[in-house]
Structure formats: C-alpha cells, structure tokens
Design a protein around this ligand. Structure first.
Ligand code: G16
Length: 544
C-alpha cells in the first residue's frame, strides 16, 4: 500500500466514515438514496473518479451530485466518462464495491483497483464536479472534493449546473474544445445561436406561436432556462414557473416531468390556459415532457415517445433532402407506447431497437447508428451523430456539385447538430429542438398530437420488502424471478384487448414499477392494478 492510499483511508475514517451498514448499488443513474446515507459514498466516488481519470489516460471525468426526479430528501452521485457517456459498466461494479466496503478495508479495495486496472498513481487525474439545487448537494459536493484531493486530482467545481451541462463540459474538455468550450456561457451560446439561426426572422409560422409555459420543477432547470430565455429573446417567449430553488420542500413536489408523466395531470404552480403549449422538466433538467389542457379541461400528455416520433420524422426528412447516405435508427425501452413503436417502424420506416431502461443502455445502442435517436417515454433522450456523418457533412458542404436544396438541407442539419446536446438527454436543448421542429412545420401542439393515437397506459409503483427479488430479461419485458410471476402476468394480459404489461425493479427508487397498456384507459388501469396485485402477492409486497 502506498502512502497516498494510506492517507485516503485516514481521511475517510476521520472525516467521511461509513455511518450505516445498508448496501447501496450503482443503479440506473449512479448511487441514489436518502441523502444522509451518502456522505462516505460520495467521498469514495471522488477517489474513484480520480482513479477512472488515471485509467483513461488522465482525461477528465465528471462527477455529478443529483437525485434528479427523486424527492428532495434523496440525493445521488454519478460518474461521467470522458466522452460524456455514463460510466463504463465494469466500473459500476468497482464503484459498488468501493461504496460498500468497511472503512478498515478501503485501502485494500483501492489497492486492488490500482493493481488490476494497471493504474499509474504518479500521474495526475482530473475531475469536473457539478451539483443540483438540493439542500444536501453542497455538503456532498464537498465530500467529493475531499475524495478527489485525497488522490491529488485536479478539480474544477462548477457549482450548480444541470446534469447535461456537466456531460457537455466533460466532452468539451476531452475533445480539446472541438465540441465547444467547457463553460456555461459557451453551452448557452452554442445551443441558443443554433436555435436562432434555425428560427430565422419569422417567429410565428402557420399555427405555431412562439410562446410556452415552462415548469422548472423548482430545480436547476428553472435557473438555467433564464439564461436561455435571455439569449433567445422574442424568438420564443418562455413563461417561467416553479423556479423557487431557494425554498425548502418544493423540489419536484407536485410538479416537474416525472410528476406530469406519472400522474398524467398538469403540475401545480402553472396556471392552466386552455390549449397553451406547456413544458415540464425534472429536478436536474435531463428530462422533458410537453402537455396541454384543452377547452374541455382534458389533460393531454406529449411524452418522450412523442418527442422521439416528432424529431425522428423531421430529421429523416432533412437527411433525405441532403442526399447523404445515412443509416438512421431509433432506440426505445419497454415503456415506449406500442402506438409510437408502430408509427416509427411502419409509418416512418425507421428501424426501432428496444433496450433495458436507463439512458446508458439507450445511448450505447444509439451510437451504433450514423444518426441514433433515443428517447425514454419519461422524456429522457437525445440524438447522436457519428463522426462519419459529421465528416461527410463537412465535405459535402463544400462540394461544388451539391444542389442548392441539398446545401440548404445540409446547413440545416449542421445547425440541428449544434442545437442538440449529443452527450446525454438534455431537457432544455431537447425543448428547443421540439420548438424548432414545430416551428418548421407550422404546427400547434394538437397537430403534433394528431400524428398518431397513443394506447392508453398506466405506470404504478409497488413498495416491496426487497425490490431486488424482481429480475427481468429481454429488455425488461419478461420477469425471470420470482418464479411464476411472468406466467401470472401473461394470464391476466391475455384478457385485455391490446394488453401489454411488464414489471421491473427501479434503479433509482426503492420500488417495483408496473407498466400496463390496453385499448381503453379503464382497461389499462385495471390491468395495471391486477399486475400490481401479482407483485404484492408473489414478490413480497408491503401493504400501505
Ligand atoms: C434516471 C435514468 C433514466 C431512467 C430513470 C428511471 O433518470 O437516467 O434513464 O429512466 O432514472 O429509472 P428507474 O425506473 O430505474 O428508477 P433521472 O432523470 O432520474 O436521472
């Protein structure tokens, strides 16, 4: 053991001791649980991010303190790999091991990682740190900084930023600024100037009106949107609601993208104006959904599936006009509405892949395409463009034999690439992308909704004794454990027209999720409740 690691152990025992014996796992989006259980975990992740940086030839790694859509008392930490992607899977296991080991074994585990990963501790690692607006985030960020300092890592602390901003900064840094400068100003400028160029001088077009109601979930999204609103001006009037970031107990409370999507009703704190286009983001602004309330007071949700179909259809058209040969694909999860999958594959003729829940899984699949579009139904997603496509575009933009209309489409595609934060789902950049497509088409929100009809669906949570007893396969669509659960689900699903249902253990909350869809809302609700009952009876449900 080196002196360096000895000092890590000493600092840990003195300032960030493990204060409970609960096991914590690197889940769908890093570690997430009640904030008071996280101090030692975050300190250790500070240490791990330096090791990860050293492993990746001293490239910069990101460390974000956030629990995104979770309740305010929770918090979390996740590590961002050099190209802005989520931490490599094999390192998730190392992270889980490091987070759970006793203080006295910390040095052994660190030593093991150093040896097995062939890490040279004489070099210097680099880490970017960001945090959301939770009351616990500041002290947890300090624990991370201590962990980074313990291994003499270089650190840049960005303070309060959205999760996608941190991903963006990490990518900028590791591409030597080819992706942009690693600053908040450069992030806002890159995206907003692409938006303004795409919009041109005519802000109103057809049925499109340049005004939205914005619900910031009382989180960091409501801070950063103000910078966008300033940069964009009259091109899009953004009425900002739920921006009480300094008030305790209001983050994600009865508002934000998760609430709107799961409750299928408008958030509190946003005045209802009939047919107004409304946008909700979540607590760290990596998810976005749209909604409106019609003149009969009926709520209409346009979720991640709707965003995926809208942007896939549009990007495909632009790509066709460029004349470039590009393979474009869309990635969804089992939560995707059956109608959206049918619309994309049968109407738009875009191949659709289905992967397990978690942006990390969708992103990994999306980069297999030249242009990969991925969205989870909960509003988390983005579009990735391969280097091959970007190089082709650069070449063809200066090719004298390109026609005028091909050139115009190529310029548009280049601007769309700049508008999109390719590194991860970004609620604010996605929102500006949706606004761009609606504007280009001259559509109001009803025109967008009318492209296809969603199958009625319901998403429920079940509290169980141990959510880890539920195991799934086939991109979460089949339950393999506990034995007999899948057969029981199949039996009830059979009884419903267009019925589909699956269960999976959440990776961010201590619950099992139940999804169901059917021909009517009543049937979808009924099916979801029957499956919920199966979970309660066969997977250790706790009666509430
Ligand atoms: C995170 C992940 C998403 C995932 C969501 C829910 O979102 O980044 O990919 O869909 O959790 O995951 P689960 O169903 O496992 O709880 P966020 O916005 O909370 O970071």
């Amino acid at each position: 053991m080196t002196t360096l690691q000895k000092s890590v152990t000493a600092i840990a025992a003195k300032n960030h001791p493990k204060n409970h014996s609960k096991t914590i796992q690197y889940g769908t989006a890093g570690f997430r649980t009640v904030a008071t259980d996280l101090d030692h975990v975050v300190f250790r992740m500070g240490v791990l991010s330096v090791l990860r940086s050293l492993k990746c030839n001293c490239q910069t790694i990101g460390l974000m303190i956030t629990a995104s859509h979770n309740k305010e008392e929770d918090n979390g930490v996740k590590i961002v790999d050099p190209m802005g992607e989520m931490l490599e899977q094999s390192w998730e296991e190392l992270a889980t091991e490091l987070a759970n080991v006793g203080d006295d074994k910390l040095d052994t585990v660190i030593n093991d990682i150093v040896e097995k990963q062939n890490i040279d501790l004489s070099k210097t690692g680099s880490v970017f740190v960001g945090q959301d607006t939770r009351p616990s985030s500041d002290s947890l960020a300090r624990a991370a900084l201590t962990g980074i300092a313990a291994l003499s890592g270089i650190v840049k602390d960005y303070g309060i930023v959205t999760t996608p901003m941190l991903h963006f900064f990490v990518t900028c840094q590791n591409t030597n600024e080819a992706y942009g400068k690693a600053t908040a100003d450069s992030y806002i400028k890159k995206i907003s100037s692409a938006f303004l160029k795409l919009r041109g001088d005519t802000y109103e077009k057809g049925k499109y009106k340049p005004e939205i109601q914005f619900d910031g979930a009382n989180g960091v999204g409501s801070v950063i949107i103000k910078d966008f609103a300033k940069a964009i001006g009259d091109a899009l009037k953004i009425n900002i609601n739920n921006d009480r970031v300094n008030e305790l107990g209001v983050l994600n409370k009865d508002c934000g993208a998760e609430y709107v999507k799961t409750q299928q009703k408008p958030p509190k704190g946003v005045a209802v104006v009939a047919n107004a286009r409304c946008v909700s983001v979540d607590g760290d602004a990596d998810r976005v959904v749209y909604y409106y309330v019609d003149a009969d007071d009926k709520f209409h949700l346009l979720d991640g599936d709707r965003i995926a179909t809208l942007v896939a259809g549009y990007i495909m058209e632009v790509v066709k006009k460029t004349g470039l040969e590009v393979n474009l694909g869309l990635v969804q999860t089992a939560y995707a509405n059956g109608s959206s999958t049918a619309y994309i594959s049968e109407k738009l003729n875009v191949p659709v892949a289905c992967v397990s829940t978690g942006v990390k899984n969708l992103h990994r699949k999306a980069v297999e395409f030249d242009i990969g579009i991925y969205f989870e139904a909960n509003g988390h997603g983005t579009i990735t463009f391969s280097d091959k496509v970007k190089d082709k575009l650069d070449r063809e933009l200066t090719n004298p034999s390109s026609t005028k209309s091909q050139l115009a489409a190529m310029k548009e595609l280049a601007l769309l690439i700049n508008l999109i934060n390719e590194t991860v789902g970004d609620a604010l950049s996605d929102m500006l992308l949706v606004e761009t497509v609606l504007h280009a088409r001259g559509w109001n929100i009803q025109d967008w909704e009318n492209t296809y009809e969603d199958l009625p669906n319901r998403l429920l949570k079940v509290i169980v004794k141990d959510r880890n007893v539920v195991e799934t396969t086939d991109a979460n669509r089949k339950c393999t454990s506990p034995a007999g659960v899948q057969d029981a689900i199949d039996e009830v699903v059979k009884k419903f027209k267009n019925g589909r249902s699956f269960i999976r253990a959440s990776g961010t909350e201590d619950v099992v999720r139940v999804y169901a869809e059917a021909d009517t809302q009543e049937n979808a609700d009924h099916l979801a409740n029957l499956v919920k009952k199966i979970v309660e009876e066969m997977a250790g449900g706790i009666n509430q």
